[in-house]
Design a protein around this ligand. Sequence first.
Ligand code: ANZ
Ligand code: ZN
Length: 837
Amino acid sequence: MTHERYNPQAIEEKWQARWQAENAFACSDASDKPKYYVLEMFPYPSGNIHMGHVRNYAIGDVVARSRRMQGYNVLHPMGWDAFGLPAENAAIKHHTHPAAWTYDNIANMRAQLKRLGYSYDWAREIATCRPEYYRWEQTFFLRLLEKGLVYRKKAPQNWCPSCHTVLANEQVIDGLCWRCDSRVVQKDLTQWFLKITAYGDELLENLQKLEGGWPERVLAMQRNWIGKSTGAAVAFALEKPVEGAASLEVFTTRPDTLFGVTFMTLAPEHPLVEKLIAGQPQADQVRAFVERIRNMDRLDRQSETLEKEGVFTGAYALHPFTGARVPLWLGNFVLADYGTGAVMGVPAHDQRDFEFARKYGLPVKVVICPKGEDLQAEGLCEAFTGEGVMTASGPFDGLPNVEGKAAVAAALEKEGKGRATTQFRLRDWNISRQRYWGAPIPVVYCEQCGVVPEKEENLPVLLPMDVKIREDGRSPLPETPAFAQCRCPRCGGPARRETDTMDTFVESSWYFARYTSARNTAAPFDPAALSYWLPVDQYIGGVEHAILHLLYSRFFTKVLRDLGFFPAGLDEPFAKLLTQGMVLKDGGKMSKSKGNVVAPSEMIAKYGADTVRLFCLFAAPAERDFDWSDSGIEGASRFIGRVWRLFMEERERLLPLKACEATARDAQTQETRDLRRREHLTVKKAGEDMGERFQCNTAIAAVMELVNAMYLAREKMGRSEGERRVFSSAMATVLTLLAPITPHVCEELWERLGHADALAGQAWPQWDAAATAQDMVTVALQVNGKLRGTVQAPAGADKAALEQAALADPAVQRHTAGLTIRKVVVVPGKLVNIVAN
Ligand code: ANZ
Ligand code: ZN
């Protein structure tokens, strides 16, 4: 008998057309059902969906589809992170406009996503390059400006020479540009900053709330990036006060070592340097040093292996407690933008200071000794950084140094020479970009009034489309008079518009909230919809965003809350985070240059979307990398074929049942009872794996076993009503459990099973504990061949289990008391005979 062959192209086209026509996955902002918001990180419209996207969105789609079946009102949106440099670079290369390039790519990628059958509510689609979107970002900018949370500052900035723009600290990875891998240099520029440091403490504290919901690794990376240090600020009076400064402040994490200070080191960029060296004989030598170090790479300066270098300024400070003269040096390892840009040198207890002191012949003074030991400065070959007892520290002698930290800070505070304080590694976020394809920053520079914010009623400040894109990548905005020349919103006089645009990470910091109110033109968010949906219940994306995007989104959530756009109490945007692994090829990243890219479109054309989805979900647990393999995709294809064939061959036997609909009364034979048990066990396992842990791979493996069991069972099963019902129920269960994974083929077979309602709207099946219980049998217990009792045991119990049950039986124990057991004979399912004398 030949059957209709599985034709994924036709089936998938049919169901996708139906979903589109019926708006099948639209959700409303109110419902009796509990809400569930599942979100995948939105793509950059680069041109094509790659296999990493397919996997990321397949995981999200399983969550969305299974949560719907579990009775939730699910929000599952999609959009485009559409501004940014690559669009501009590609447009230059292809002699087109970044807008045209971007919108073409969006159209193409949207079609590709639809071809994969993801269950998005397309009515909420957003693109961040549209004025309807970025106008709200301009609103936020103005409100932040009012609050002092955005400010302008001239400072050395990370400059990517190849991208022609500055980068935020988070966008410099190991000294290289995160986009193009060029070496980043420092450049003095006046830029706009978002005051993320104002939220440093909350960003750190709130990480606790995310424990359990976010991967520990991501939490640790955020913690380190924020980098809070606890210590003290200490003021050292200058021996000769200079103009505007009578003392020099340092930040130290070790106030307990204060009596061990033998010198101080300033960053070469420290603002007091020029004043301290004025008139000193070594002034020129110091200036030369400053010039040389200033031009050094910032990252090299922070490296552990940096050769410590310095120069004496000729000036002195006075120790706050002893009054001793402390020479002031400059050092290449002191960073200008951390702490106060000055360090107290404690060579006996800090390795960098130790190396510095040895190199320049500065004294070493031990002030902490390991308990019960006596350290001598002369004998030290490295700094002692362990715990111990304070010594040579005046009134603090004998105090454990751990307690000394607070004690010294308190004593400093009492004398007005310092205080306990904290420092963050986190820096404010530079959001100015010297490129065209971004959201305009809504301020103008007026000859009369200076820096003037644009009026809110004049928003959006539109990014002009009519510009001449430059070959060299520089922004055309400064040379676009229609944009750059404007009127001052305050005095009406001639003014120049800000021509820098905003970092695209600003757009992606709040997009998750805009999906709740995507079509609202009156406000960025509809408060009711926003409070209903947020926070995102499950966020899914790559671990490469562990710091950047996730930190910025957390910051924006707090800022928008404090501006009143988000409800009070909404502190974190993403309750749970899943970082999916990568799709590799031959153990390496897929890349055009390596020529090992597997194009989703080709795989879909060959196997269909269901197979591609199935393979991506079956190949590995969601968080792990996996290797794309031809045999893997073939295997996935074969499995769908097996389900299809089973259905076609057993067409006559099948009744239009739902998952787990057969009852115990239907299962009268051993075969039907076994199949029904396997069905319920599969529902239990797949539900737990998929529902709680998003472990699709083991859930799929369980369904595969159920399909195998059905192939075996059909040989032994007859066609009684009960047998047909049990078999049909198992088939319905297979389709229901696979529906979130391979939705098209499952809907198709579901319909052919005789159901009028879509499978996507079915309830997730419930397993029944009674159905999963093993059949029990009565086993005879003999001692030396005589029947002494019986025991109930599971039908499949093995010899060891039966022997154990027999020996534990009271009757058997009574009849073997005082005897030695010589042998135990077990006939599984029947009897246990104990030979004893
Ligand atoms: C004296 C001292 C003695 C220190 C000792 C350490 C050990 P974290 O954990 O990174 O906050 N420091 C302070 N500002 C600096 C700057 N701008 N550039 C380079 N180093 C700087 O480290 C804080 C410690 O790093 C501070 O504590 C200071 O050295 C140094 F036994 O002060 B310490
Ligand atoms: Zn770059």
